[in-house]
Design a protein around this ligand. Structure first.
Ligand code: MG
Length: 399
């Protein structure tokens, strides 16, 4: 596993690309990914320049960033009425899309949820390199994003650790050489819990993730493994691989970030200490490796690498997401919206943990067939799915 004996395997980096300073626009600049992206940008001033930023609500956080980086153009999607905006900052969804399409090289999309869709599409239409961290962009609109990227000359690169791993494993490989890509999953807090006991899982237990500290929605998705289901859909659109060739395996220590199996029997895996700055830096630098981004992985200190097959009875979410992906059209957008409502219901105490995925599956089953949906089709399906899921779970959830 060491690379010391094969230095020739290190990819040759083109020097002109290295010397260029990429102008970065960050969408979701004050969130977890956005903050880590700011650290990467600040630590590599010879490579990156932050020229634009968008935040959801945090005008104060944006003001600090504007001063820290000298940003000229920025936007707040939904500011509080009394918020003070920094110079050069505008407000609203259209303003966010304008910043996403401003003159730049790379647009990193890390704004939470469906609000990322319009600005992400604006960046795609402007022909930017788009580094996608927000799952909803490809889950809700993967087909649309792909079509518009092809038309606008834009490329999409992943920020999520699993997809970054697949991206790294696929470099230099022909598409026909790939037999399967496999996403690893930590398995969450209920990997070993008695299956008969899933009905009694409380929100508090679901939010107690063994390794990661994340927001309640993502942590619950990690407990049901719907997050991995959404990642399967993302992987399909990112790498243009059919669903039949996308696998999921549980790997509790999260050191192997994902792997690819090839037709000749070879397998390539990407390993590393879990640190999001590594995939963020790789995406911002369009695949070029920067020095000392994260800590090195000391393999001799790793006791063992455990892999466990996915149990569909324990974690039906991956199969539900895969079927929604295979149906295509608006089905993945419906999956995403119904899941958001079901998770909110669970966290609010009005639905059981083991009812989340069946409720989502039932709404997906009722989703309309709509091949090659427009953005309006997708947003309409999203609203319909939220209402349908709320109806099913007996609770009105605001859209
Ligand atoms: Mg992930």
């Amino acid at each position: 596993m060491t690379s010391a004996h094969r230095p020739e395997s290190v990819p040759r980096v083109q020097s002109d690309a290295v010397n260029q300073r990429a102008r970065i626009v960050l969408l979701g600049a004050t969130g977890s990914i956005g903050r880590q992206a700011c650290d990467v940008i600040e630590r590599h001033p010879d490579r990156f320049q932050l020229v634009g930023a968008v935040v959801g609500r945090d005008a104060d956080g944006l003001t600090r960033l504007v001063h820290r980086f000298g940003i000229k153009q920025s936007a707040v999607v939904d500011p509080m009425s009394d918020a003070e905006l920094p110079a050069g900052c505008t407000a609203g969804a259209d303003a966010a899309a304008d910043v996403a399409a401003m003159d730049a090289d790379v647009v990193c999309v890390a704004i939470t949820g469906a609000a990322a869709l319009r600005p992400a599409l604006a960046a795609v239409d402007a022909g930017r390199l788009v580094a996608v961290a927000t799952k909803e962009v490809l889950v809700m609109a993967g087909d649309l994003v792909r079509r518009r990227a092809a038309a606008g000359g834009s490329r999409i690169v992943p920020v999520d650790s699993e997809h970054s791993a697949i991206w790294q494993c696929l470099r230099g490989e022909a598409a026909e050489s790939v037999s399967r890509i496999v996403l690893t999953a930590s398995g969450g807090p209920f990997l070993h819990r008695d299956l008969h006991d899933f009905a009694g899982i409380t929100a508090e237990q679901a939010l107690n993730h063994p390794t990661w500290r994340m927001g309640p929605k993502v942590t619950t998705d990690s407990a049901t493994m719907m997050n991995k289901g959404l990642e399967v859909v993302e992987a399909h659109f990112l790498f243009e691989v059919p669903y039949s060739k996308i696998g999921v395996v549980i790997h509790p220590t999260s050191l192997v970030h994902s792997y690819v199996e090839f037709v000749d029997g070879a397998t390539k895996a990407q390993l590393g200490v879990p640190d999001m700055r590594v995939p963020i830096a790789l995406a911002l630098a369009d695949g070029h490796r920067l020095p000392e981004v994260g800590p090195p992985l000391e393999l001799t200190a790793v006791p063992s690498l455990e892999f466990i097959p996915l149990d569909d009875r324990r974690f039906p979410a991956v199969g539900v997401a895969r079927r929604a992906g295979e149906r295509g059209g608006v089905a993945p957008a419906v999956l995403n919206a119904a899941n958001e409502v079901a998770v909110q219901s669970f966290l609010g105490g009005s639905c059981r943990f083991d009812q989340i995925v069946p409720a989502v599956a039932a709404v997906v089953d009722e989703a309309p067939e709509l091949p090659q949906p427009s953005l309006d089709d997708i947003l309409a399906a999203d609203a319909w799915a939220r209402a349908a899921a709320a109806d099913r779970l007996g609770r009105v959830v605001p859209v």
